[in-house]
Design a protein. Structure first.
Length: 201
């Protein structure tokens, strides 16, 4: 899916208009998280003025968005790559009734901060085979796996960004990505599952 929007557009206008309101970097960031962060493509129109150049205020906000995206997603804090998962639902999975999972051991958040997870399927080689998932943290006191409350949980595809709450970050040292439903006949391939420090503009 491809979503189109304009930095100069809070209504129906696609082209530049003098004194028209425009989206700042924080608002553009939220649009990115709601679209590209959920597996869609996002096209942002930054229109030139009647003088032929992009207005400096538009360019400045777009640059802030780009800087925040690079700072947040260029390098994971920790990640696993190229993981094959058996993505059958509970009725057709293993004897324990759970779909296959992959664990991620996280650094101490006070020493190496993180606050989000990025999951990507290998679409080029395997296709989009994960239909639903959960990310769970290991409760060190009880040994139980507890689902993170802020997880999207739908299909994965190109990319899904899940931002954890501050309380979940503080309480988490080990997480697992678990596919809860998917193609029962073919294994899904995660190209990557990692923890990141997301820093909005």
């Amino acid at each position: 899916m491809t979503i189109q929007m304009s930095a100069d557009n809070r209504g129906s206008r696609w082209f530049w208009e003098n004194k028209h309101d425009y989206l700042n970097a924080k608002e553009l960031w939220q649009h990115w998280m709601d679209t590209a962060g959920r597996g869609s493509n996002l096209i942002i129109n930054v229109p030139p003025s009647i003088y032929g150049g992009v207005p400096p205020k538009y360019a400045a906000e777009a640059a802030k968005l780009g800087q925040a995206l690079r700072a947040s997603f260029a390098t994971p804090v920790v990640a696993v790559t190229n993981v094959s998962l058996s993505c059958s639902n509970s009725s057709s999975s293993g004897s324990d009734g759970e779909a296959s999972s992959v664990n991620l051991t996280l650094p101490n958040a006070t020493q190496q901060p993180w606050n989000a997870f990025v999951t990507r399927e290998d679409l080029g080689n395997s296709g989009q085979l994960i239909w639903s998932y959960t990310i769970e943290r290991l409760d060190d006191a009880t040994g139980e796996w507890v689902a993170l409350s802020s997880v999207h949980g739908g299909s994965v595809g190109n990319r899904i960004v899940d931002v954890a709450s501050a309380a979940e970050v503080a309480a988490t040292t080990t997480v697992r990505f678990r596919c809860t439903d998917g193609d029962p006949d073919r294994p899904a391939m995660l190209s990557s599952f990692g923890a990141y420090l997301v820093t909005p503009p």
